[in-house]
Design a protein around this ligand. Structure first.
Ligand code: C2E
Ligand code: MG
Ligand code: MG
Ligand code: MG
Length: 285
């Protein structure tokens, strides 16, 4: 009897696994076609300066309008894209689309100081021509220095070999700036701050979420902020969801926040409305 149950459980898992593998396979093939079929779309989440209420930047976040499964979030398909190499055309599409949108906002006189895009480790490691594409796109859309910011996670910087490290070091000369995403969640957080030309740190959700209950989250946030200040690096707090969190951050010297408290990521038309008014819709301030 126990044996039967064991076998049933095994069968169940095997079926489940089989289903997952097939789904993985289907999704992989569909993702390749998704780019050509214009199923990917960029959403934009504002970065807001607390003192003025101004939108100082936006982060582009990719979504997939899947014909059958509806709106898919990047955590579901970016890892697939990385494993299969689709991240290269995908990443290039994101860059091109972001530059195009920035140019449109500038033409309307409402461009924010910067537009950030996410770049994954795989892009730097396997996508040949990454640097050339970047330089070309910035030129094609007449993007000024620092107007496009590349967000890299700490794992990117840790996994990056010398060659790609050199490429990173050249990014500012190409005209883009560099932000460290999810700062504080990696392992060698400090070493690369002096090794790479970092313009901005994005304080990870993990610490922000701990405010105000978690004393160590508060202490760590304070230390990271003073470290950034000492190094002359700008900071954005990620995933700000409550006024208490925002008030603490401001008192600790972090004046720019991004998170559901201000706005979730929205479509370009909505972001354009925000930029026209200079403010986010929630009037959270
Ligand atoms: P990330 O770069 O750290 O982006 C922030 C994520 O947190 C976004 O999720 C955003 O919607 C979410 N978020 C923003 N404010 C809040 C908040 O107040 N509370 C909570 N709980 N979440 C908040 P999203 O869009 O699902 O993106 C997930 C990750 O996927 C991103 O993390 C980024 O690493 C990656 N990603 C997104 N777009 C791209 C892309 O175009 N290329 C690459 N390579 N990766 C991307
Ligand atoms: Mg990011
Ligand atoms: Mg982040
Ligand atoms: Mg994140």
């Amino acid at each position: 009897r126990a044996k039967d149950e064991g076998r049933n459980r095994y069968c169940f898992h095997a079926e489940e696994l089989d289903r997952e593998v097939r789904e993985h396979f289907t999704l992989t093939n569909e993702l390749r076609a998704a780019l050509d079929n214009h199923e990917l779309e960029l959403y934009y989440q504002p970065q807001v300066e607390r003192t003025s209420g101004r939108i100082v930047g936006l982060e582009a976040l990719v979504r997939w309008n899947h014909p059958r499964r509806g709106l898919l979030l990047p955590d579901l398909f970016i890892p697939l894209a990385e494993q299969t190499g689709t991240i290269c055309p995908l990443g290039h599409w994101v860059l091109d689309q972001a530059c195009r949108q920035f140019k449109a906002w500038r033409d309307q006189g409402i461009a924010p100081s910067r537009l950030a895009i996410n770049v994954s480790a795989a892009e730097l490691c396997i996508c040949t021509g990454f640097e050339e594409d970047l330089a070309e796109d910035l030129k094609r859309w007449s993007i000024g220095p620092g107007e496009i910011e590349l967000e890299l996670t700490e794992s990117v910087l840790m996994e990056t070999t010398q060659i790609h490290g050199d490429a990173l070091a050249r990014v500012p000369r190409l005209g883009a700036s560099i932000a460290i995403d999810d700062f504080g969640t990696g392992y060698s957080s400090l070493a690369y701050l002096s090794a790479y030309p970092v313009d901005r740190l994005k304080l990870a959700q993990r610490f922000i979420l701990g405010i105000p209950e978690n004393a160590s989250a508060i202490a760590i946030t304070r230390v990271m902020l003073s470290l950034a200040r000492e190094l002359g690096i700008n900071v954005v707090a990620e995933d700000v969801q409550t006024k208490v969190q925002l008030d603490f951050l401001v008192s600790a010297g972090c004046l720019v926040g991004q998170g559901f408290y201000f706005s979730k990521a929205v479509l370009a038309e909505r972001a354009t409305e925000f930029l026209r008014r200079g403010l986010v819709e929630t009037a959270a301030l």
